[in-house]
Design a protein around this ligand. Structure first.
Ligand SMILES: [Zn+2]
Length: 72
């Protein structure tokens, strides 16, 4: 379950407000980072995006193999 609790990035106060810290008006954020999951649903899309934008330095035949693996 997603936490309702937010923490002020400014003063560190915990709050249920999603907008602003009630104490100092600073920005709030979810206090814990998203959990790492070994079944990363979005990994495939990140790899595909990197391949598509040329951020993944691989040989052309490797690129084609990965694309084929991920899109089938
Ligand atoms: Zn604050």
């Amino acid at each position: 379950m997603r936490s309702l609790l937010r923490r002020c990035a400014n003063c560190g106060a915990y709050t249920l407000s999603k907008e602003r810290c009630p104490r100092c008006g600073g920005p709030v954020r979810v206090p814990h980072p998203p959990k790492y999951s070994p079944e990363d649903k979005y990994q495939k899309y990140r790899i595909l995006q990197k391949l598509a934008t040329g951020q993944l330095p691989v040989r052309e035949d490797t690129r084609e193999k990965i694309l084929k693996d991920l899109t089938t």
